[in-house]
Design a protein. Structure first.
Lengths: 221, 229
């Protein structure tokens, strides 16, 4: 028995990707049980493994955790990526929750039908460049530190990097107007555990291929 | 001097209601600034106090907190309603995640057409009785304790009570078949701070009506064409 966390999800980024990112950034090795069919999901349900009949589910420290935020909060708390006190946690939570709203748009974009993709992308980039990225550029500018909160790596930094890279996959010049975010991205990408995750062969999932979308949707619906 | 928290939102439930519940349950008095006009909202936007240009926003302990979950996490942590360690926090976060998803299905409700309201009501009741209530009934059954986590009042209990009452507003016998949740409801409702919040004259908001919908649309210039789940 390895004691490594075990991640239960489909073979896509979806709602599990932020969890893969955070574990990887924390230097924690994990295993994955990939759901391929609806039957795989049903089995987890009938075995009583899923508190609300949903994945993501992560087996960790004797618990079968569900609810993405709960899992991320636990990992962040355990591996000291959640600030040093309540006020730092409040800042981290604010940043992460804002980024989660952006992430939701990016996540669903993969599954939009071809005729809706262009409009959807325009909406994502509008929100990114006018609502979200300026906030984080300003945070970095105001305190001049390398990390968003408390001069130390936290789950907020990991989430920001994940979302920046997600945006750049959609539009390579997404960071054109944000010089501090550009250097943030370079710095963060060089952190050894993160650098490793960004290399081929890591647990980081690629964007879904169009041919695979129907089989993934079939698992969940 | 400890100033009271100030809540910036509409005069209605929406995403602020869970925050009102938690503050009230913690025995914390608060003030409210209600958004009523577009100009008021634009002034707030220009003043830079809304980090992502959105409400809820709560001024508390020198911070202007936004993002509902961030605000709730902070209040729960500050007032010892977030468990005693990481593992209890994990359980609380899981349970709150469920009730948040459930109550989330009701957020759009006031904005729906009469026909869509019927559909959404059936949808939410079905989710509550087949997915969420059974989960919490089982938690209470398995440990036999009065509270969901750690044998002690936590944010999870307050959030569950809020969800139960919202469901009962849609279907008065929503808890039939869940005897432990019925007893839980009575028990948590009689906690003095919560009992006070449930009594008339408190800051608890009524079910959102057309006036609320009108105000939100006017102020935000959004939510004109909301679809059911």
């Amino acid at each position: 028995m390895s004691g490594k966390p075990v991640l239960h999800y489909a073979n896509i980024r979806g709602r599990m990707e932020p969890i893969r990112w955070l574990l990887a950034a924390a230097g924690v090795e994990f295993e994955e049980r990939i759901l391929k069919t609806k039957d795989d999901l049903q089995k987890l349900r009938t075995d009583g493994c899923l508190l609300f009949q949903q994945v993501p589910m992560v087996e960790i420290d004797g618990m079968k955790m569900v609810q993405t935020r709960a899992i991320l909060n636990y990992i962040a708390g355990k591996y000291n990526l959640y600030g040093k006190d309540l006020k730092e946690r409040a800042l981290i939570d604010m940043y992460v929750e804002g980024l989660a709203d952006l992430f939701e748009l990016i996540m669903y974009h993969e599954f939009k039908p071809a005729n809706e993709k262009e409009k959807d992308l325009a909406n994502i980039m509008d929100k990114a460049t006018n609502r979200y990225l300026p906030v984080f550029e300003k945070v970095l500018k105001d305190h001049g530190h390398d990390f968003l909160v408390g001069n130390k790596l936290s789950k907020a930094d990991v989430s920001l990097l994940e979302n920046i890279l997600g945006l750049e996959e959609l539009k390579p010049d997404a960071l054109a107007k944000f010089p501090l975010l550009q250097s943030f991205k370079a710095r963060m990408s060089n952190i050894p555990s993160i650098k490793k995750f960004l290399q081929p062969g890591s647990a980081k999932k690629p964007l879904i291929q169009e041919k695979d979308i129907p089989s993934v949707i079939a698992i969940f619906h | 001097m400890a100033a009271k928290p100030v809540l910036y939102y509409f005069d209605g439930r929406g995403k602020m209601e869970s925050i009102r519940w938690l503050l009230a349950a913690a025995g914390v008095e608060f003030e409210e600034v209600f958004l009523e006009t577009r100009e008021q909202y634009e002034k707030l936007l220009q003043s830079g106090v809304l980090m992502f240009q959105q409400v809820p926003m709560v001024e508390i302990d020198g911070m202007k907190l936004v993002q509902t979950r961030a605000i709730l996490n902070y209040i729960a942590g500050k007032y010892n309603l977030y468990g005693k360690d990481l593992k209890e926090r994990a359980l609380i976060d899981m349970y709150v995640g469920g009730t948040d998803d459930l109550m989330g299905f009701l957020l759009s409700f006031p904005f729906l057409s009469a026909e869509d309201k019927v559909k959404q009501c059936a949808f939410v009741v079905q989710k509550a009785t087949s997915r969420y209530f059974p989960a919490y009934e089982k938690v209470l059954k398995d440990h036999g304790q009065d509270f969901l986590v750690g044998n002690r009042l936590s944010w999870a209990d307050i959030h569950l009570l809020e969800a139960i009452l919202m469901l009962e507003e849609k279907k008065s016998d929503a808890l039939s078949g869940f005897p432990l949740l019925q007893a839980f409801k009575k028990r948590i409702s009689s906690i003095p701070t919560i009992k006070k919040f449930l009594a008339p004259g408190s800051k608890r908001k009524p079910i959102s009506d057309d006036k609320y919908v009108e105000t939100v649309r006017r102020v935000l210039r959004m939510y004109y064409d909301v679809k059911p789940n």
